[in-house]
Structures are given as structure tokens and as C-alpha cells.
Design a protein. Structure first.
Length: 322
């Protein structure tokens, strides 16, 4: 497995990462890419393209944690005041004649601090029209919001969309708004808009199904009822863990802690621990959507929990800055 940094010397220097900015910057000033982390894994060329970051209230990360313990943990995240700035890392895979995205980011429909993916994708040398497959890991707005452009046209006009059948059934249920808590109704409206826009281009999948040879869906329900992670074959294994563990600090070091946006909290904990047990025992690399860019590393057993060991070490490969 070879690792590289395109256009930056240090993957962990957040100031030089795509989409990085201070909260005071406006959307138009944050689209330039200064570095893309890329690596080869088996038959796949994988790039991690940023969509910027989310601003999430600290209590969402630690809803049932004592204030003293919360302060200590949040100190190790990118916390400003009472807000955690959570990265958004979108894997882009090229294999043979396929260009595959795992989620598409929030576009202009979620927060002011995300929505950088399309500009960063182009700056990295990828043509949106060349995308052949888009895999929706789940239908939260920071993962599906960029399906449609402002004019209502599809941003990725030639793609086929893969969606977990359980995820689709949950959000697209005609009775969703009478069944679901009011707190997630806005998420539901976004999911129905985004999934509905690609209804005629969608392939339903379930755990154990392959997207293409070498990409297999894994059941990690809990964050949402149909949340899927994906195992990428080759080089000792790689799992795109998405939001199974929302933070590499909290999710790995405190896998029993709940996360405020988990739909089924106890199931989320169960599947998080199951995935981390497996990845730790098998020394399988993990790639997290909201982990410190580029989000690639190992879960190493540490007492009754785990610690994150970054695998994001490489050499300067190619300058893709504009």
C-alpha cells in the first residue's frame, strides 16, 4: 500500500487542507485546494476530498457525559467556544473505468462551513460528469445535500446511485413525519428531496452486497436505521467507516458513549464496538468521515477501548493547487 500527499507536506496541518477556513470567512473564499491526500489500495486509487467542516454543538458529541469529563475530551477536538468543528472527508475511488464517490457532501443546503466538495473535486482533477457511481452511506444532509445544483439539475449527471434499502425505506416512508420525532423532520425533508431526485437512477443494496468487485457493504446501522459502511478489498483491508464512530477521539476511546445524532443509540454503540473489535483484531485500516483529515488510520486496542493510530503518512506527490 503506497500513501502520498498531493500538494502538501503534512496531512495533519489543518490550515493547508481543502475547505479549511475560519468561521468568519464566506463561502466563496474557501474553495481552493492546497492539498489532497491520496493513496493506492489494492486495485483502487483513493483520494480523500474535503467538503469543509461542520459546526456541531459540543453536547451533541457528549450528550450523557459529566461536564468535567466533557471538557477534557473536547479540549482534544477542534473546539471553539462551545462548538466542535468536525471535518468532512469524502472518499473518491477510481478503479478500472469507474469513478466512485462515497457521499457528496452538503452542497449549499446545510451549513455555511461545508459545501466545498465540488470545487475541491474539480481542483483535484476530477470531472463531475465522469462520476459513474455514487454510494450513499446514509441520508443525512451533510452526505446527500449536494445532489442537486441551484438550478435543480443533477450535479453528477451520469452517475448511478447506490442506497441501502433499509435507509431508503426509513426516509421515504409516506408516514415518516407522523412516525419520526419532530427534531429530525428537517433532515427528513432533505432526505426525501435528495433521494427523490435520483429515484430513477437508484440501485438498492443491503449488507453483504457489492457495489463493484472489491467494494462490499457492511451493516453498521444505528447512526441511522440503514447506515452502511464499506469494506474495500486489498492490502490487508480498508473499511470506510463513515459515521459509525463520528470522532476518532470519542468514538474509539469511549465507544460506549452515545452521539446526539444517532437515531438508535444502543444499536449504534453495539455496531461501533463490533466494527472496532474486528478492525483492531484484523489490523484493518479505517477511514472516518468526520475524523481529522484525511481520517485514515487504525483502531488499536487500549484497555477496554481503543486509540487511533494515524496511517496518513506519505510523500509529496503532486501539486493540485489553483
Amino acid at each position: 500500500m503506497s500513501l502520498s500527499i498531493k500538494g502538501t507536506e503534512e496531512a495533519t496541518d489543518v490550515s493547508c487542507l481543502p475547505g479549511s477556513r475560519t468561521p468568519s470567512e464566506d463561502r466563496s473564499g474557501a474553495s481552493a485546494v492546497t492539498g489532497i491526500f491520496a493513496f493506492d489500495h489494492g486495485d483502487f486509487e483513493i483520494s480523500v476530498v474535503s467538503d469543509g467542516y461542520l459546526e456541531i454543538a459540543e453536547e451533541i458529541f457528549t450528550p450523557d457525559v459529566a461536564p468535567g469529563e466533557r471538557i477534557e475530551v473536547l479540549r482534544r477536538l477542534d473546539t471553539v467556544g462551545s462548538i466542535v468543528r468536525a471535518p468532512t472527508n469524502i472518499p473518491v475511488l477510481r478503479v478500472r473505468d469507474e469513478l466512485i464517490l462515497f457521499d457528496v457532501g452538503g452542497g449549499d443546503r446545510y451549513q455555511e462551513t461545508d459545501g466545498r466538495f465540488l470545487d475541491n473535486l474539480r481542483s483535484a482533477g476530477f470531472d463531475p460528469a465522469a462520476v459513474t457511481k455514487i454510494v450513499f452511506t446514509h441520508a443525512h444532509p451533510d452526505h446527500t445535500g449536494a445532489v442537486l445544483a441551484a438550478d435543480g439539475e443533477l450535479v453528477f449527471p451520469n452517475a448511478t446511485y447506490f442506497v441501502g434499502a433499509a435507509e431508503w425505506d426509513y426516509w421515504m416512508d409516506p408516514d415518516f413525519f407522523s412516525k419520526a420525532p419532530e427534531a429530525i423532520h428537517e433532515f427528513g425533508r432533505g432526505a426525501q428531496r435528495d433521494l427523490g431526485a435520483v429515484r430513477d437512477r437508484t440501485v438498492m443494496i443491503k449488507p453483504g452486497d457489492d457495489v463493484v468487485g472489491g467494494i462490499r457493504a457492511i451493516d453498521t446501522a444505528g447512526h441511522t436505521p440503514g447506515h452502511l459502511s464499506f469494506e474495500i478489498a486489498g492490502n490487508g483491508g480498508l473499511i470506510i467507516a463513515v459515521d459509525t464512530a463520528t470522532s476518532e477521539v470519542i468514538g474509539l476511546e469511549h465507544p460506549d458513549w452515545h452521539f446526539g445524532y444517532d437515531s438508535i443509540p444502543d444499536l449504534a454503540v453495539k455496531n461501533r464496538k463490533r466494527l472496532l473489535d474486528r478492525a483492531s483484531a484484523d489490523k484493518t485500516k479505517l477511514l472516518g468521515f468526520h475524523w481529522t483529515y484525511p481520517g485514515l488510520g487504525f483502531a488499536e486496542a487500549h484497555g477496554t477501548a481503543y486509540r487511533f493510530v494515524s496511517a496518513a503518512h506519505g510523500r509529496q506527490k503532486q501539486d493540485t493547487s489553483r
